[in-house]
Design a protein around this ligand. Structure first.
Ligand code: GDP
Ligand code: IMO
Ligand code: MG
Length: 426
Protein backbone atom coordinates (compact mmCIF):
# COMPACT_ATOMS: atom_id res chain seq x y z
CA UNK A 1 0.00 0.00 0.00
CA UNK A 2 1.44 3.40 -0.94
CA UNK A 3 1.65 5.82 1.95
CA UNK A 4 0.08 9.08 0.80
CA UNK A 5 1.35 12.47 1.88
CA UNK A 6 -1.31 14.57 3.60
CA UNK A 7 -2.50 17.98 2.43
CA UNK A 8 -2.99 21.08 4.55
CA UNK A 9 -5.19 24.12 3.97
CA UNK A 10 -4.34 27.14 6.13
CA UNK A 11 -5.46 30.74 6.47
CA UNK A 12 -2.65 33.04 5.36
CA UNK A 13 -4.01 36.36 6.65
CA UNK A 14 -6.23 37.34 9.63
CA UNK A 15 -8.90 34.68 9.11
CA UNK A 16 -12.08 34.31 7.07
CA UNK A 17 -10.12 34.01 3.84
CA UNK A 18 -12.45 31.26 2.60
CA UNK A 19 -10.84 28.08 3.98
CA UNK A 20 -14.16 26.29 4.35
CA UNK A 21 -15.00 26.63 0.67
CA UNK A 22 -11.77 24.98 -0.57
CA UNK A 23 -11.88 22.29 2.12
CA UNK A 24 -15.41 21.39 1.03
CA UNK A 25 -14.46 21.31 -2.65
CA UNK A 26 -11.28 19.28 -2.12
CA UNK A 27 -12.99 16.83 0.22
CA UNK A 28 -14.56 15.16 -2.80
CA UNK A 29 -11.11 13.59 -3.38
CA UNK A 30 -10.12 12.83 0.22
CA UNK A 31 -11.09 10.19 2.79
CA UNK A 32 -10.48 12.00 6.08
CA UNK A 33 -10.64 15.67 7.06
CA UNK A 34 -8.98 16.61 10.34
CA UNK A 35 -8.96 19.78 12.41
CA UNK A 36 -5.75 20.54 14.28
CA UNK A 37 -6.17 23.77 16.25
CA UNK A 38 -8.60 26.36 17.54
CA UNK A 39 -12.18 25.79 18.54
CA UNK A 40 -15.57 27.32 17.98
CA UNK A 41 -13.91 30.69 17.32
CA UNK A 42 -13.70 29.45 13.72
CA UNK A 43 -16.58 29.95 11.33
CA UNK A 44 -16.14 28.21 7.98
CA UNK A 45 -18.85 28.80 5.39
CA UNK A 46 -19.83 26.43 2.64
CA UNK A 47 -22.49 27.08 -0.01
CA UNK A 48 -23.89 24.10 -1.83
CA UNK A 49 -26.12 24.45 -4.85
CA UNK A 50 -28.79 21.79 -5.14
CA UNK A 51 -31.40 21.52 -7.89
CA UNK A 52 -33.56 24.40 -6.77
CA UNK A 53 -31.71 26.21 -4.02
CA UNK A 54 -28.29 27.15 -2.68
CA UNK A 55 -27.84 26.02 0.94
CA UNK A 56 -25.51 27.69 3.41
CA UNK A 57 -23.61 25.75 6.10
CA UNK A 58 -21.31 27.24 8.76
CA UNK A 59 -18.85 24.90 10.50
CA UNK A 60 -17.27 25.88 13.81
CA UNK A 61 -15.81 22.77 15.41
CA UNK A 62 -16.67 20.12 12.88
CA UNK A 63 -14.53 19.88 9.74
CA UNK A 64 -16.06 21.40 6.62
CA UNK A 65 -15.68 18.19 4.59
CA UNK A 66 -18.57 16.41 6.31
CA UNK A 67 -21.15 17.23 3.66
CA UNK A 68 -19.71 14.37 1.60
CA UNK A 69 -21.07 11.11 3.01
CA UNK A 70 -17.77 9.27 2.44
CA UNK A 71 -15.77 11.69 4.62
CA UNK A 72 -14.61 10.60 8.08
CA UNK A 73 -13.39 13.36 10.34
CA UNK A 74 -10.97 13.70 13.19
CA UNK A 75 -11.06 16.46 15.77
CA UNK A 76 -7.39 16.61 16.66
CA UNK A 77 -5.77 16.86 20.07
CA UNK A 78 -4.79 20.48 19.44
CA UNK A 79 -8.32 21.88 19.65
CA UNK A 80 -10.22 23.24 22.61
CA UNK A 81 -13.52 21.42 22.47
CA UNK A 82 -16.78 22.90 23.70
CA UNK A 83 -18.87 19.75 23.82
CA UNK A 84 -22.29 21.51 23.81
CA UNK A 85 -21.22 23.59 20.79
CA UNK A 86 -20.16 20.48 18.91
CA UNK A 87 -23.45 18.69 19.59
CA UNK A 88 -25.39 21.80 18.57
CA UNK A 89 -23.57 21.65 15.25
CA UNK A 90 -24.26 17.95 14.89
CA UNK A 91 -27.97 18.53 15.60
CA UNK A 92 -28.18 21.46 13.21
CA UNK A 93 -26.67 19.38 10.42
CA UNK A 94 -29.20 16.66 11.20
CA UNK A 95 -32.08 19.11 10.70
CA UNK A 96 -30.57 19.90 7.30
CA UNK A 97 -30.51 16.22 6.34
CA UNK A 98 -26.89 15.35 7.25
CA UNK A 99 -26.51 12.73 9.97
CA UNK A 100 -22.78 12.96 10.65
CA UNK A 101 -22.27 11.76 14.22
CA UNK A 102 -21.01 8.28 13.34
CA UNK A 103 -18.35 9.88 11.12
CA UNK A 104 -16.98 12.23 13.80
CA UNK A 105 -13.97 10.91 15.72
CA UNK A 106 -12.39 12.95 18.50
CA UNK A 107 -8.87 12.69 19.87
CA UNK A 108 -8.74 11.33 23.41
CA UNK A 109 -6.18 14.06 24.15
CA UNK A 110 -8.32 17.04 23.14
CA UNK A 111 -8.72 19.79 25.76
CA UNK A 112 -12.24 20.35 27.06
CA UNK A 113 -13.58 23.89 27.03
CA UNK A 114 -16.23 24.50 29.70
CA UNK A 115 -18.74 27.31 30.07
CA UNK A 116 -16.58 28.94 32.75
CA UNK A 117 -13.84 29.44 30.17
CA UNK A 118 -16.31 31.63 28.29
CA UNK A 119 -17.09 33.61 31.46
CA UNK A 120 -13.37 34.17 32.02
CA UNK A 121 -12.84 35.17 28.38
CA UNK A 122 -15.57 37.81 28.78
CA UNK A 123 -14.24 39.01 32.14
CA UNK A 124 -10.69 39.37 30.79
CA UNK A 125 -11.88 41.26 27.75
CA UNK A 126 -14.06 43.60 29.84
CA UNK A 127 -11.17 44.29 32.20
CA UNK A 128 -8.94 45.41 29.32
CA UNK A 129 -11.16 48.30 28.22
CA UNK A 130 -9.89 49.87 25.01
CA UNK A 131 -6.94 47.41 24.93
CA UNK A 132 -9.25 44.43 24.49
CA UNK A 133 -8.33 41.83 21.90
CA UNK A 134 -11.86 41.62 20.56
CA UNK A 135 -12.00 37.85 21.05
CA UNK A 136 -14.94 35.77 19.96
CA UNK A 137 -15.69 35.25 23.70
CA UNK A 138 -15.85 31.53 23.08
CA UNK A 139 -13.43 30.77 25.94
CA UNK A 140 -10.53 29.92 23.65
CA UNK A 141 -7.69 31.70 25.51
CA UNK A 142 -8.71 30.58 29.03
CA UNK A 143 -9.12 26.98 27.89
CA UNK A 144 -5.67 26.90 26.25
CA UNK A 145 -4.27 28.63 29.36
CA UNK A 146 -5.59 25.74 31.50
CA UNK A 147 -3.92 23.28 29.14
CA UNK A 148 -0.59 25.09 29.27
CA UNK A 149 -0.91 25.50 33.05
CA UNK A 150 -1.41 21.72 33.25
CA UNK A 151 -4.69 22.03 35.09
CA UNK A 152 -7.05 21.41 32.15
CA UNK A 153 -9.30 18.41 31.57
CA UNK A 154 -9.14 16.27 28.46
CA UNK A 155 -11.64 14.03 26.74
CA UNK A 156 -9.91 10.90 28.06
CA UNK A 157 -10.61 12.10 31.62
CA UNK A 158 -14.32 11.53 30.99
CA UNK A 159 -13.69 7.79 30.80
CA UNK A 160 -13.06 7.87 34.57
CA UNK A 161 -16.11 9.64 35.92
CA UNK A 162 -15.23 9.89 39.60
CA UNK A 163 -11.81 11.38 39.08
CA UNK A 164 -13.23 13.59 36.31
CA UNK A 165 -15.69 15.08 38.82
CA UNK A 166 -12.90 15.65 41.32
CA UNK A 167 -10.61 17.32 38.79
CA UNK A 168 -13.48 19.41 37.40
CA UNK A 169 -14.50 20.68 40.85
CA UNK A 170 -10.91 21.54 41.75
CA UNK A 171 -10.55 23.41 38.45
CA UNK A 172 -13.74 25.43 38.95
CA UNK A 173 -12.82 26.20 42.57
CA UNK A 174 -9.40 27.47 41.51
CA UNK A 175 -10.91 29.78 38.90
CA UNK A 176 -13.54 30.98 41.36
CA UNK A 177 -10.79 31.95 43.75
CA UNK A 178 -9.09 33.99 41.03
CA UNK A 179 -12.12 35.48 39.30
CA UNK A 180 -14.76 35.36 42.06
CA UNK A 181 -17.72 34.24 39.94
CA UNK A 182 -20.76 32.20 40.93
CA UNK A 183 -20.99 28.97 38.98
CA UNK A 184 -23.55 26.22 38.62
CA UNK A 185 -21.29 23.17 38.64
CA UNK A 186 -24.09 20.67 39.20
CA UNK A 187 -25.94 21.53 35.98
CA UNK A 188 -22.75 21.31 33.91
CA UNK A 189 -21.73 18.03 35.54
CA UNK A 190 -25.19 16.58 34.92
CA UNK A 191 -24.86 17.51 31.25
CA UNK A 192 -21.51 15.73 30.98
CA UNK A 193 -22.77 12.67 32.83
CA UNK A 194 -25.67 12.42 30.40
CA UNK A 195 -23.68 13.03 27.22
CA UNK A 196 -20.72 10.86 28.30
CA UNK A 197 -21.63 7.57 26.56
CA UNK A 198 -22.31 9.38 23.28
CA UNK A 199 -19.07 11.32 23.54
CA UNK A 200 -16.91 8.36 24.54
CA UNK A 201 -18.24 6.43 21.56
CA UNK A 202 -16.57 9.09 19.38
CA UNK A 203 -13.21 9.01 21.21
CA UNK A 204 -10.13 7.66 19.42
CA UNK A 205 -6.36 7.96 19.60
CA UNK A 206 -6.37 10.65 16.92
CA UNK A 207 -2.70 10.48 15.96
CA UNK A 208 -2.88 6.70 15.63
CA UNK A 209 -6.04 6.82 13.51
CA UNK A 210 -4.43 9.34 11.15
CA UNK A 211 -1.19 7.38 10.90
CA UNK A 212 -3.06 4.16 10.18
CA UNK A 213 -5.13 5.95 7.56
CA UNK A 214 -1.98 7.12 5.75
CA UNK A 215 -0.41 3.70 6.05
CA UNK A 216 -3.56 2.17 4.58
CA UNK A 217 -3.36 4.37 1.49
CA UNK A 218 -6.10 6.78 2.59
CA UNK A 219 -6.00 10.49 1.77
CA UNK A 220 -5.97 12.96 4.66
CA UNK A 221 -6.73 16.68 4.49
CA UNK A 222 -6.03 18.96 7.44
CA UNK A 223 -8.31 21.98 7.71
CA UNK A 224 -6.68 25.00 9.30
CA UNK A 225 -8.72 27.28 11.51
CA UNK A 226 -8.12 30.95 12.36
CA UNK A 227 -5.01 32.11 10.52
CA UNK A 228 -1.27 32.72 10.43
CA UNK A 229 -1.37 36.42 11.33
CA UNK A 230 -3.43 35.41 14.40
CA UNK A 231 -0.79 32.87 15.47
CA UNK A 232 0.23 33.18 19.13
CA UNK A 233 3.93 33.12 18.13
CA UNK A 234 4.04 34.60 14.65
CA UNK A 235 0.96 36.84 14.60
CA UNK A 236 0.38 40.42 15.66
CA UNK A 237 0.69 39.60 19.37
CA UNK A 238 -1.21 40.20 21.64
CA UNK A 239 -4.00 40.67 19.08
CA UNK A 240 -3.97 37.01 18.20
CA UNK A 241 -5.68 33.78 19.14
CA UNK A 242 -4.17 31.45 21.75
CA UNK A 243 -2.91 28.69 19.48
CA UNK A 244 -0.61 28.06 16.49
CA UNK A 245 -2.92 28.16 13.45
CA UNK A 246 0.09 28.07 11.14
CA UNK A 247 1.99 25.01 9.91
CA UNK A 248 3.59 24.05 13.23
CA UNK A 249 0.20 23.65 14.87
CA UNK A 250 -0.79 21.12 12.24
CA UNK A 251 1.83 18.67 13.54
CA UNK A 252 1.37 19.24 17.25
CA UNK A 253 -2.41 19.46 16.86
CA UNK A 254 -2.87 16.15 15.05
CA UNK A 255 0.21 14.06 15.78
CA UNK A 256 0.90 13.77 12.05
CA UNK A 257 4.62 13.78 11.25
CA UNK A 258 6.41 16.35 9.06
CA UNK A 259 7.80 13.66 6.75
CA UNK A 260 4.23 12.90 5.62
CA UNK A 261 3.40 16.48 4.62
CA UNK A 262 2.60 16.98 0.95
CA UNK A 263 0.89 20.13 -0.29
CA UNK A 264 0.39 23.10 2.00
CA UNK A 265 -2.18 25.41 0.45
CA UNK A 266 -2.55 28.94 1.76
CA UNK A 267 -5.85 30.77 1.46
CA UNK A 268 -5.49 34.46 0.66
CA UNK A 269 -8.31 36.92 0.11
CA UNK A 270 -7.99 39.35 -2.80
CA UNK A 271 -8.02 42.17 -0.18
CA UNK A 272 -7.43 42.08 3.58
CA UNK A 273 -9.94 41.77 6.39
CA UNK A 274 -9.66 41.55 10.14
CA UNK A 275 -12.20 41.07 12.95
CA UNK A 276 -11.42 42.39 16.41
CA UNK A 277 -8.65 44.77 17.42
CA UNK A 278 -5.04 44.93 16.34
CA UNK A 279 -2.73 46.41 13.73
CA UNK A 280 -3.92 46.59 10.13
CA UNK A 281 -1.52 48.75 8.08
CA UNK A 282 -3.58 48.75 4.85
CA UNK A 283 -6.97 49.28 6.50
CA UNK A 284 -9.43 51.49 4.63
CA UNK A 285 -11.31 53.57 7.16
CA UNK A 286 -13.32 55.42 4.52
CA UNK A 287 -16.34 54.81 2.28
CA UNK A 288 -14.27 52.52 0.07
CA UNK A 289 -13.65 50.21 3.02
CA UNK A 290 -17.40 50.24 3.71
CA UNK A 291 -18.20 49.41 0.10
CA UNK A 292 -15.77 46.45 0.08
CA UNK A 293 -17.39 45.23 3.32
CA UNK A 294 -20.82 45.33 1.70
CA UNK A 295 -19.71 43.82 -1.62
CA UNK A 296 -17.87 41.02 0.19
CA UNK A 297 -20.51 40.40 2.87
CA UNK A 298 -17.75 40.96 5.39
CA UNK A 299 -19.58 40.17 8.60
CA UNK A 300 -18.25 37.48 10.95
CA UNK A 301 -19.48 33.92 10.40
CA UNK A 302 -19.20 33.25 14.14
CA UNK A 303 -20.05 36.54 15.84
CA UNK A 304 -21.68 38.60 13.07
CA UNK A 305 -19.25 41.47 13.77
CA UNK A 306 -18.40 43.74 10.81
CA UNK A 307 -14.96 42.90 9.45
CA UNK A 308 -12.43 45.68 8.95
CA UNK A 309 -11.38 45.86 5.27
CA UNK A 310 -8.27 47.08 3.45
CA UNK A 311 -6.01 46.64 0.43
CA UNK A 312 -4.06 43.45 -0.26
CA UNK A 313 -0.95 43.50 1.89
CA UNK A 314 2.01 41.74 0.26
CA UNK A 315 4.49 42.15 3.16
CA UNK A 316 2.04 40.54 5.61
CA UNK A 317 0.95 37.79 3.22
CA UNK A 318 4.47 37.04 2.05
CA UNK A 319 5.52 36.67 5.68
CA UNK A 320 2.83 34.04 5.97
CA UNK A 321 3.87 32.30 2.73
CA UNK A 322 7.41 32.04 4.09
CA UNK A 323 6.46 30.79 7.57
CA UNK A 324 4.15 28.10 6.24
CA UNK A 325 6.17 27.09 3.19
CA UNK A 326 3.06 27.12 1.04
CA UNK A 327 3.28 25.09 -2.15
CA UNK A 328 0.28 26.87 -3.70
CA UNK A 329 -2.26 29.56 -2.89
CA UNK A 330 -5.98 30.00 -3.36
CA UNK A 331 -6.87 33.63 -4.05
CA UNK A 332 -10.47 34.07 -2.92
CA UNK A 333 -13.17 36.69 -3.47
CA UNK A 334 -11.64 38.23 -6.58
CA UNK A 335 -15.23 38.96 -7.69
CA UNK A 336 -15.69 41.31 -4.73
CA UNK A 337 -13.41 43.82 -6.47
CA UNK A 338 -15.50 43.76 -9.69
CA UNK A 339 -16.70 47.34 -9.48
CA UNK A 340 -13.48 49.12 -8.62
CA UNK A 341 -11.81 51.19 -11.34
CA UNK A 342 -8.48 51.07 -9.51
CA UNK A 343 -7.09 48.56 -7.03
CA UNK A 344 -4.17 49.21 -4.74
CA UNK A 345 -1.70 46.65 -3.49
CA UNK A 346 0.72 47.25 -0.63
CA UNK A 347 4.09 46.13 -1.97
CA UNK A 348 6.51 46.95 0.86
CA UNK A 349 6.90 48.47 4.32
CA UNK A 350 9.58 50.91 5.31
CA UNK A 351 10.65 51.83 8.83
CA UNK A 352 12.91 54.82 9.40
CA UNK A 353 13.52 54.94 5.67
CA UNK A 354 14.62 51.29 5.34
CA UNK A 355 12.70 48.67 3.40
CA UNK A 356 11.75 45.84 5.75
CA UNK A 357 12.41 42.19 4.92
CA UNK A 358 9.88 40.93 7.44
CA UNK A 359 7.16 42.09 9.84
CA UNK A 360 8.35 43.91 12.97
CA UNK A 361 7.67 41.98 16.16
CA UNK A 362 6.81 45.03 18.24
CA UNK A 363 3.47 46.75 17.86
CA UNK A 364 5.16 50.10 18.43
CA UNK A 365 7.36 49.55 15.37
CA UNK A 366 4.50 48.12 13.33
CA UNK A 367 2.48 51.26 14.08
CA UNK A 368 5.29 53.37 12.60
CA UNK A 369 5.78 51.51 9.31
CA UNK A 370 5.12 53.38 6.11
CA UNK A 371 3.34 51.41 3.44
CA UNK A 372 4.26 51.64 -0.25
CA UNK A 373 1.48 50.98 -2.74
CA UNK A 374 1.17 50.12 -6.38
CA UNK A 375 -2.05 50.88 -8.28
CA UNK A 376 -3.51 48.48 -10.81
CA UNK A 377 -6.47 49.05 -13.12
CA UNK A 378 -9.74 47.31 -12.23
CA UNK A 379 -11.76 45.15 -14.67
CA UNK A 380 -15.19 46.66 -13.95
CA UNK A 381 -17.12 43.59 -15.08
CA UNK A 382 -18.76 40.79 -13.18
CA UNK A 383 -16.62 37.66 -12.67
CA UNK A 384 -19.32 35.52 -11.12
CA UNK A 385 -20.10 33.58 -14.31
CA UNK A 386 -16.49 33.17 -15.44
CA UNK A 387 -15.68 29.46 -15.55
CA UNK A 388 -12.03 29.35 -16.61
CA UNK A 389 -8.76 31.21 -16.08
CA UNK A 390 -8.57 31.95 -19.81
CA UNK A 391 -11.97 33.66 -19.75
CA UNK A 392 -11.01 36.17 -17.04
CA UNK A 393 -10.77 39.79 -18.22
CA UNK A 394 -7.16 40.87 -18.90
CA UNK A 395 -7.05 43.28 -15.96
CA UNK A 396 -8.24 40.56 -13.58
CA UNK A 397 -5.56 38.20 -14.91
CA UNK A 398 -2.97 40.94 -14.50
CA UNK A 399 -4.01 41.54 -10.89
CA UNK A 400 -3.63 37.83 -10.12
CA UNK A 401 -0.31 37.55 -11.96
CA UNK A 402 1.07 40.62 -10.22
CA UNK A 403 0.19 39.19 -6.80
CA UNK A 404 1.73 35.87 -7.79
CA UNK A 405 4.99 37.58 -8.73
CA UNK A 406 5.06 39.69 -5.58
CA UNK A 407 4.27 36.72 -3.31
CA UNK A 408 6.55 34.34 -5.18
CA UNK A 409 4.13 31.43 -4.81
CA UNK A 410 1.80 29.86 -7.41
CA UNK A 411 -1.75 31.21 -7.26
CA UNK A 412 -3.31 27.97 -8.39
CA UNK A 413 -6.94 28.44 -7.38
CA UNK A 414 -9.03 31.57 -7.90
CA UNK A 415 -12.40 32.16 -6.28
CA UNK A 416 -15.03 34.14 -8.15
CA UNK A 417 -18.04 33.44 -5.92
CA UNK A 418 -19.26 31.49 -2.91
CA UNK A 419 -20.36 28.30 -4.60
CA UNK A 420 -18.36 25.14 -5.31
CA UNK A 421 -18.51 25.77 -9.06
CA UNK A 422 -17.14 29.31 -8.67
CA UNK A 423 -13.50 28.24 -8.42
CA UNK A 424 -11.03 28.54 -11.29
CA UNK A 425 -8.07 26.18 -11.34
CA UNK A 426 -4.94 27.19 -13.24
P1 GDP B 1 -13.13 30.83 6.51
O1 GDP B 1 -13.27 31.11 7.96
O2 GDP B 1 -11.74 31.03 6.03
O3 GDP B 1 -13.67 29.49 6.11
O4 GDP B 1 -14.01 31.93 5.76
P2 GDP B 1 -15.50 32.42 6.17
O5 GDP B 1 -16.46 31.37 5.83
O6 GDP B 1 -15.50 32.94 7.56
O7 GDP B 1 -15.63 33.70 5.25
C1 GDP B 1 -15.43 33.64 3.89
C2 GDP B 1 -16.71 34.08 3.19
O8 GDP B 1 -16.42 34.31 1.84
C3 GDP B 1 -17.80 33.03 3.21
O9 GDP B 1 -19.05 33.67 3.26
C4 GDP B 1 -17.63 32.32 1.87
O10 GDP B 1 -18.83 31.78 1.38
C5 GDP B 1 -17.21 33.47 1.01
N1 GDP B 1 -16.35 33.12 -0.13
C6 GDP B 1 -15.36 32.20 -0.22
N2 GDP B 1 -14.77 32.27 -1.43
C7 GDP B 1 -15.42 33.24 -2.12
C8 GDP B 1 -15.23 33.82 -3.43
O11 GDP B 1 -14.35 33.44 -4.19
N3 GDP B 1 -16.08 34.84 -3.77
C9 GDP B 1 -17.05 35.31 -2.93
N4 GDP B 1 -17.83 36.30 -3.32
N5 GDP B 1 -17.23 34.79 -1.69
C10 GDP B 1 -16.41 33.78 -1.30
P1 IMO C 1 -11.73 31.44 10.93
O1 IMO C 1 -11.30 30.01 11.13
C1 IMO C 1 -11.33 35.65 12.01
C2 IMO C 1 -9.77 36.54 15.99
C3 IMO C 1 -10.82 37.20 16.87
C4 IMO C 1 -9.92 38.04 17.76
C5 IMO C 1 -8.71 37.13 17.98
C6 IMO C 1 -8.75 36.32 19.25
O2 IMO C 1 -13.20 31.59 10.72
O3 IMO C 1 -10.91 32.14 9.93
P2 IMO C 1 -10.20 34.25 20.10
O4 IMO C 1 -11.68 34.12 20.29
O5 IMO C 1 -9.63 33.25 19.17
O6 IMO C 1 -9.46 34.32 21.39
O7 IMO C 1 -10.02 35.71 19.41
O8 IMO C 1 -8.70 36.25 16.88
N1 IMO C 1 -10.20 35.27 15.37
C7 IMO C 1 -10.66 35.16 14.13
N2 IMO C 1 -10.88 36.09 13.19
N3 IMO C 1 -11.55 34.35 11.72
C8 IMO C 1 -11.31 33.40 12.64
O9 IMO C 1 -11.45 32.08 12.38
C9 IMO C 1 -10.86 33.79 13.92
N4 IMO C 1 -10.53 33.12 15.05
C10 IMO C 1 -10.12 34.04 15.92
O10 IMO C 1 -11.70 37.99 16.12
O11 IMO C 1 -9.49 39.18 17.07
MG1 MG D 1 -14.38 32.33 9.25
Amino acid sequence: MTRNPFTVILGAQWGDEGKGKLVDIMSANFDIVARATGGANAGHTVYVKTENETKKFVFHLLPSGLLYPHIQCVIGNGLVLSVPSMFEEIEELKTKGFDVEARVKISDRVALLFDYHKLIDGAQEDSKGSAKVGTTRRGIGPSYADKINRRGLRLCDLAHWETFVEKYKANVAWHQKVYGFEYDMETELKYYEGIRPRLLAMMVDGALVLDQALAGGKKVLVEGANATLLDIDHGTYPFVTSSNPSIGGVFTGTGLAPRDLGDAIGIVKAYMTRVGSGPFPTELLDALGDSIREAGGEYGSTTGRPRRCGWFDVPMTKYSVRLNGFTALNLTKLDVLDELDEIKVATSYTLDGKVLESIPASLEDLARVEVQYETLPGWETSLKDVTSWEALPENAKNYVLRLETLLDCPLKYIGVGQRRDQLLVR
